[in-house]
Design a protein around this ligand. Structure first.
Ligand code: RP5
Length: 185
């Protein structure tokens, strides 16, 4: 029987590193959504970033969401403000896990976006993070946690991340205990 050369043996699709699609409704969302991109980069996760609006470019959004799975994405991070329908629209067109970040771009400071993103009807989930930068950062970490279920190296990086968080608190605690008590004014 002829032996196949190793170079020609395709890596099974399930083992290829998955990318994350980061999509936001407007370029004005980028300063907040950069937190998600940074978190993904810190975990070594490749991502593609798009601006696509549920309201202003509905067809493009639907088409990109429909194609996301076959383009090798394993999760989607969606940032939107105001009446934020982008997470729901992406989730309507894809079976990938969708992580929503409500953005504080309106006069309601993101409360509108939080409710629009979280209050999905049964059957179409959007995992909703906190409003703003913390939510964006957590969306990146949450995407890493999703992809880590099939990637031991990524799991190791997540454990290291937790250890760093704890070390920061312990260091602050040590500094607090060593600080001399200031005399009464
Ligand atoms: C939403 O409307 C976007 O996600 C953005 O947060 C908000 C305002 O967009 P711009 O008017 O700044 O483009 O769709």
């Amino acid at each position: 029987m002829a032996r196949r050369s190793p170079a020609r043996i395709a890596r099974p699709a399930a083992r290829r590193p998955l990318k994350v699609w980061v999509v936001m409704g407007s370029d004005s969302d980028l300063p907040v959504m950069e937190e998600a991109i940074r978190a993904l980069r810190d975990f070594g996760i490749p991502c593609e970033v798009d601006i696509s609006s549920a309201h202003r470019t509905p067809q493009m959004t639907a088409e990109k969401a429909r194609n996301a799975e076959k383009r090798g994405f394993g999760a989607v991070i969606v940032g939107a403000g105001h009446a934020a329908h982008l997470g729901g629209v992406v989730a309507a067109h894809s079976t990938l896990p969708v992580i929503g970040v409500p953005l504080p771009s309106s006069s309601l400071q993101g409360l509108d976006a939080l409710l629009s993103t979280a209050q999905m009807p049964g059957g179409v989930p959007v995992a909703t993070m906190a409003i703003g930068k913390s939510g964006a950062m957590n969306a990146g970490i949450f995407a890493a946690q999703i992809l880590a279920t099939r990637d031991p190296e990524l799991r190791r990086r997540l454990h290291a991340h937790k250890a760093r968080l704890a070390e920061k608190v312990m260091e602050a605690n040590r500094a607090l205990r060593n600080r001399p008590v200031s005399p009464k004014p």
